[in-house]
Design a protein around this ligand. Structure first.
Ligand code: MF3
Ligand code: CO
Ligand code: CO
Length: 275
């Protein structure tokens, strides 16, 4: 049985499996964190180009996060020591910034989570490095469509499974696959909280969506088989068959009538091409 918990923004919030229902102050907190997260991803657009290292991009994410009055939630999270995740080509998610240099034709996901005044703004976008082959651009486009179709399902009375149903159907229609090992998640004062948002689900199943719920939708879509494995660094998740993988993520809140996306770009830079 799903349990919901109405929380006041001043409450101590526990990771107790309950789905939190938030009020107006929490929406305002998420709006601010989400806007900063989106601004950081906007700023990355001109910087993601051949020759830049992922560590350099991570440095800029950290500086922008701190300049915005926030801290990167990933820094020190379960032993993670970077300010964002940067996942290239067949890396599905949780790529660790390093001296690795981006090269022409790469597709890259940057995933940031500023923690601002106690609220988490978790979002990621894909970037195209130089000239990217049509096949890879198609995967990126369809993955963004998957995210937006999922978001369209969000309104009071819908079920969580409705989201994963449309995502999986859209991926499948393009002969892509949906990664099962990683999910979206509740968030707010906590980075990762209930519920789990499954990206390949059955319509009409799962918890009912209620006003005040906050969660992410972050589909990972593979051009080949859906199978993932985590490398020996304990973080980097790759497609087992080395096929290309793409992901977009938004943080959102369920409103009385539908959905509010907290991490939308203020400049219309939600998906490539960015120029
Ligand atoms: N931002 C990721 C998410 O979407 C989580 C990254 S945790 C890290 O949930 F430690 F790998 F950074
Ligand atoms: Co997330
Ligand atoms: Co994220």
């Amino acid at each position: 049985m799903t349990e919901y918990q109405v929380i006041d923004s001043a409450d101590t919030v526990l990771r107790d499996g309950t789905i939190k229902l938030h009020g107006p102050d929490a929406f305002e907190g998420m709006r601010r964190a989400g806007r900063l997260a989106a601004d950081i991803l906007d700023a990355m657009a001109p910087l993601v180009k051949p020759g830049v290292s992922t560590a350099e991009l991570d440095d800029i994410v950290r500086e922008m996060t701190l300049a915005g009055g926030a801290v990167p939630a990933t820094l020190g999270y379960r032993g993670y020591t970077h300010s964002c995740c940067i996942s290239i080509n067949h890396v599905i998610c949780h790529g660790i910034p390093s001296e690795k240099i981006l090269k022409d034709g790469d597709i890259v996901n940057i995933d940031v989570t500023p923690l601002l005044d106690g609220w988490h703004g978790d979002t990621s976008r894909m970037y195209l490095v130089g000239d990217v082959p049509l096949k890879a651009r198609k995967l990126v486009d369809v993955t963004h469509e998957c995210l937006m179709l999922g978001i369209e399902q969000v309104k009071p009375g819908a079920r969580l499974g409705d989201i994963g149903a449309v995502i999986e159907a859209h991926a499948r229609a393009h002969r892509y696959t949906t990664v099962r090992e990683f999910c979206g998640h509740g968030l707010g004062r906590l980075f990762h909280d209930a519920p789990e948002v499954i990206h390949a689900a059955k319509a009409g199943t799962g918890p009912e969506l209620k006003p005040g719920m906050f969660f992410t939708i972050e589909p990972m879509i593979n051009a080949g088989k859906p199978w993932a494995k985590v490398l020996s660094d304990g973080w980097t998740a790759v497609s087992r068959d080395k096929s290309l993988s793409a992901q977009f993520e938004h943080s959102l809140g369920v409103t009385e009538t539908g959905v509010e996306i907290f991490t939308k770009s203020q400049r219309g830079l939600d998906k490539p091409p960015y120029s």
